[in-house]
Design a protein around this ligand. Structure first.
Ligand SMILES: *Cc1c(COP(=O)(O)O)cnc(C)c1O
Length: 411
């Protein structure tokens, strides 16, 4: 089933109030997902989700997560500023470094954020920019391929992130000598996976590694950070991840390595982005053109500047037409934007109902890595973001860019 968690009436009313295109986010849905995640890990004292800011960097959204007891995961100075302006501080902020300008460590340290070091060489940079904190997190890269059952889920050996195991042993020992008192372990080995065994397997790897490293470096493992990667079904036939089952799977691994979780010796953290907001966002656009040459093309008033994933990854996003949910899908179209770039297509060879110019089109699952990946190529500007509040109102939480914004940086 496609994700039809909002009725068409909501999109239609929003499009009466705001010019298209815009992203619409469902507050109630986001809160529901945050609560389901917290419930799935309620067996783990001190569990915390650090919402990956890059997925949906809007302070109103970050405030929702704050109210649901989450922290934030930042990876740049601007994301740290967003976190700060949204009222996060201290260990409610995770700062995941990779090839960062050193001044960003100063900033993260000043906020008291938990710093996640991406490389051995980051130790000296952190020592000189903010100092070695009492608890430091390090990112592990096991190399090779990462399997779940027979399936290859990722190729850490080709990924730029993290430390090798040998480096961890040496680096953690060094961090201890430099004043650290405890450590966390982080890894991100598979992206957008709805396989319920991903987090449990990753947790098992990090628990085992942590127990081994405790002996090597003489510091206690304080937490593991399972990072992001739990996915969503973009395709209608896809199965959603079962977060309750995932939580139980991680619990079994915890008990296997550390025994009773109630003592909370090793805490669990996550940094989910896509899973938290992906299904709760839609790109709402009007069909403005139809063109028939060797294929049938629909032109819409959104373009890849508003949602880059189809152009960049060939990603599938489900599409439906307001008021035509139940009509037969018996027409074949490419759905295109207005960029002078042939990959500016939201769908290729997609079966849809017969379309009329002026139809209101809804592109699904744009709540994560959607607006955020936007850009201004071709002088196309980024759209507004609208929050459909839990009280059933619409609230513009970011206005659309104007030509003045486009020219603002020119000298
Ligand atoms: C992108 C990212 C995430 C979030 O990934 P999702 O696939 O959206 O869950 C979490 N942690 C880090 C370090 C990331 O780079």
């Amino acid at each position: 089933m496609p994700n039809f968690s909002l009725p068409d009436d909501v999109f239609i009313r929003a499009a009466e109030q705001f010019p298209t295109p815009f992203h619409l986010y469902d507050e109630a849905g986001i809160r529901k997902t945050a609560r389901a995640l917290n419930a799935a890990f309620s067996w783990a004292p001190g569990f915390k989700e650090y919402f990956a800011v890059k997925a949906l960097p809007n302070p109103r959204i970050l405030n929702i997560f704050k109210e649901e007891g989450c922290g934030v995961d930042c990876s740049s100075e601007c994301e740290l500023l967003l976190a700060e302006k949204s009222g996060f501080s201290g260990d409610d902020i995770m700062f995941s470094a990779n090839a960062m300008p050193p001044c960003e460590y100063d900033h993260a340290s000043a906020l008291g954020a938990i710093i996640n070091l991406d490389d051995f060489s980051d130790v000296d940079i952190l020592a000189a920019h903010g100092g070695i904190p009492e608890t430091v997190c390090v990112r592990y890269n096991p190399g090779g391929e990462f399997h779940l059952g027979n399936a290859i889920m990722g190729s850490p050996g080709d990924s730029k992130y993290g430390w090798t195991k040998a480096q961890l042993a040496e680096g953690l020992t060094r961090l201890h000598a430099m004043g650290a008192k405890g450590f966390g372990l982080h890894a991100f080995l598979a992206s957008n996976t709805t396989d319920n065994s991903y987090y449990p397997k990753l947790a098992g790897i990090l628990f085992d590694l942590g127990a081994e490293m405790e002996k090597v470096c003489g510091m206690p493992l304080r937490f593991i950070n399972l990072s992001g990667g739990v996915g969503i079904p973009y395709r209608p036939e896809g199965q959603p991840a079962d977060i309750q089952a995932i939580g139980q799977g991680v619990k079994e691994e915890y008990i296997r390595v550390f025994g009773d979780p109630a003592q909370g010796r090793v805490k669990i953290k996550t940094e989910l982005g896509r899973f938290m907001t992906g299904p709760h966002g839609w790109l709402v656009t009007h069909v403005t053109h139809e063109k028939k040459i060797y294929k049938d093309y629909l032109g819409v008033d959104a373009c890849a500047s508003n949602l880059m994933r189809p152009a960049m990854y060939g990603a599938y996003h489900h599409i439906h037409i307001c008021g035509k949910r139940d009509e037969p899908v018996d027409h074949l179209y490419d759905v295109t934007g207005c960029l002078c770039e042939n990959n500016d297509k939201f769908a290729i060879d997609r079966m849809l109902p017969k379309i009329e110019i002026g139809d209101l089109m809804v592109i699904h699952d744009t709540g994560a890595h959607g607006y955020a990946m936007g850009y201004q190529y071709n002088g196309r500007l980024r759209s507004a973001e609208i929050l459909y509040t839990k009280d059933g109102d619409f609230r513009m939480i970011r206005r659309a860019e104007t030509p003045e914004d486009y020219f603002a940086t020119l000298l």
